[in-house]
Design a protein around this ligand. Structure first.
Ligand code: MG
Ligand code: FE
Length: 171
């Protein structure tokens, strides 16, 4: 394999990893939405990011297609299973909503790093047409990450108030 083939392979692998990462995001969001009852603001935020995530997956499919490749079903399935497992892990906690919130914030950091790296790989591969698509995914992750941290004090306050007054507070 020559060098430019290697650079191309690394880019395709990065795109497939990002696709699997978004499958994981989707299964985490779905698992959290299925359990949320007492935090309408959180539900709304997750619903919006779920729609964004669908768009992100479509963009990655488009980029892979443009490279004559497709996503990896195996990677997608594995990461999606990991996502549901991860979401289940918080389900016994009294502060489930806060644990989920912090985990989501952490996940957004990972996504931001992944797209930042992919944009550089797209440049290295001369795939300039895909850069705006990757930048849009990146911008959405940055927006959601900011929204998560901005909303955390309010969600924590609601959690404390609901706990104090004996209402359902976990999710
Ligand atoms: Mg995402
Ligand atoms: Fe995200």
């Amino acid at each position: 394999m020559n060098r430019s083939d290697e650079i191309r392979d690394l880019y395709i692998t990065g795109l497939r990893n990002a696709h699997a990462m978004e499958s994981q995001a989707m299964s985490v969001i779905d698992a959290q939405l299925a359990r949320l009852e007492s935090y309408p603001e959180m539900t709304q935020m997750l619903q919006q990011h779920r729609r964004e995530t669908e768009g992100q997956i479509a963009r990655l499919d488009r980029i892979l297609e443009g490279m004559g490749e497709s996503a990896s079903t195996l990677k997608d399935t594995a990461m999606s299973a990991m996502g549901s497992m991860h979401a289940m892990g918080n389900a016994l906690a009294a502060d489930e909503v806060l644990k989920n919130h912090m985990a989501d914030y952490m996940f957004e950091h990972f996504e931001i790093a992944a797209y930042t790296s992919l944009i550089t790989m797209a440049e290295a591969n001369g795939d300039t047409a895909s850069i705006p698509l990757l930048q849009q995914n990146l911008a959405e992750e940055q927006r959601f990450q900011q929204q998560l941290i901005d909303s955390l004090p309010g969600v924590t306050q609601t959690f404390l108030q609901r706990t104090e007054s004996g209402q359902k507070a976990d999710v």
